[in-house]
Design a protein around this ligand. Structure first.
Ligand code: ZN
Ligand code: ZN
Length: 411
């Protein structure tokens, strides 16, 4: 385990920079029982910075596994009204949300994927309002991660359980800039400022499209929506309160035009979806839609992802990250999107973020669709950046600008 000093700094960072809970505000923390020590620190730190109340929604991995395995699909599809009411209450109170992710790879590997798929869809449908509330930045929300033994052993298979967890803790804390002797809150202020400078440069160019190319076979043109906004680092909720939705974060991202993606993209890291590791895959797009694909491993999980709904076979996000980034340089495959997506350029299948479109946060679903924004219950990132990635931006008047050269930002 890391020192108590470092853990407490991480908890403080999560509540005061990540969720940025405001004096007098309610904070909801979601996390698994395995992370209770860290969650207890988060609760303490939240009250320390003035939270009015802190409510924890616990989950438990072995119980989730048993439930998915033993319950029939009709029961799993039944979302109790009191769960929906609980989220309605959080919205009504204007609560901020902190999710403590502690993924256990392979946890649900022996559960029928169709069953999982149907349960997943039912939950998302029941919580549509809550999801729209979060994605529309109506409040502050943040995701931070804590190791599990199963995850640590996947990342560091040569180490014993304890060593592996220690090594993963160290990698996570390094990635989120929490060291023994620094002030991570100040470092995050500086980091957010750097990211917003990148966003500003891309917004000034106002590209019509981006052309990605590398030696693995990626040759993809991604048209961007008109009036797109490049964002990344900290965000503002609709009341103007800053927060960091993901910790770590290195990306600057925007909204692709739903029907404007053409060509082939080859993934460069495995994708963890529904407890399965999809690996060695590529997708081919025509007018925005995936028309062909293959995977060396877990192709069925990839098929599930593409068939969740109409929008899950279209893109909702394009994100740029220099190959020379702290997470990439650590050269650890975390086998987790929150970290690996920050090592590499990525795309997301599924729902777009309304914040990536001028005025998008106050548009109706129909208005968003008319602007070329993709809608889906899914939002799944996958990585395709590489050391030899080149990106050329095409301006509205047809000029070409080098955006990435040899995997890194060229400006
Ligand atoms: Zn992203
Ligand atoms: Zn994403």
């Amino acid at each position: 385990m890391p020192s108590q000093n470092r853990l407490r700094k991480y908890a403080r960072l999560a509540v005061s920079v990540g969720a940025n809970v405001q004096p007098g505000q309610m904070l909801v923390i979601q996390g698994a029982t395995d992370t209770r020590e860290f969650i207890r620190l988060c609760v303490e730190e939240a009250y320390e910075v003035g939270a009015k109340s802190v409510m924890v929604r616990w989950s438990d991995d072995p119980i989730s596994h048993t439930t998915y395995l033993k319950s029939d699909v009709e029961t799993l599809e039944e979302v109790p009204a009191w769960i929906v009411a609980q989220f309605d209450y959080f919205m009504e109170k204007g609560a901020a949300l902190l999710s403590v992710a502690s993924p256990t790879p392979g946890l649900l590997a022996d559960v029928d994927p169709v069953k999982l798929q149907r349960a997943n869809i039912a939950t998302r449908k029941a919580l549509t309002n809550w999801q729209a509330h979060m994605m529309g930045n109506k409040t502050q929300w943040s995701i931070v991660a804590v190791p599990t033994v199963a995850w640590a052993k996947k990342v560091f298979p040569a180490l014993n359980d304890e060593e592996a967890v220690d090594a993963l803790w160290n990698a996570i804390l390094t990635a989120v800039r929490v060291r023994e002797d620094n002030d991570p809150v100040q470092e995050w202020r500086d980091h957010n400022a750097r990211l917003s400078a990148h966003n500003a440069a891309l917004n000034d160019h106002n590209f019509k499209s981006l052309h990605f190319k590398n030696s693995l076979g990626t040759d993809l043109v991604v048209e961007l929506v008109k009036n797109h906004i490049w964002a990344g680092g900290d965000e503002k909720n609709t009341q103007g309160v800053h927060f960091n939705p993901n910790m770590p974060t290195e990306e600057t991202f925007t909204m692709p035009l739903k029907f404007g993606v053409n060509g082939k993209v080859v993934a460069t890291k495995p994708l963890n979806y529904q407890g399965r590791l999809i690996d060695g895959f590529w997708l081919e797009f025509k007018d925005g839609k995936v028309v062909a694909y293959d995977a060396a491993k877990e192709k069925e999980a990839l098929s599930n992802l593409l068939s969740v709904d109409e929008g899950s076979s279209y893109l909702g996000e394009v994100a740029l990250i220099s190959h020379d980034s702290p997470i990439s340089n650590a050269n650890i495959l975390f086998l987790n999107t929150l970290f690996d997506e920050n090592a590499s350029c990525h795309l997301a299948l599924g729902r777009a973020y309304p914040m990536n479109l001028k005025g998008g946060l106050s548009m109706s679903q129909e208005e968003l669709a008319a602007a070329g924004s993709n809608h889906s219950m899914e939002h799944q990132d996958f990585m395709f950046g590489s050391a030899d990635m080149s990106i050329v931006g095409i301006t509205q008047d047809g000029k070409e600008v080098v955006v990435f050269k040899d995997g890194n930002f060229a400006f």
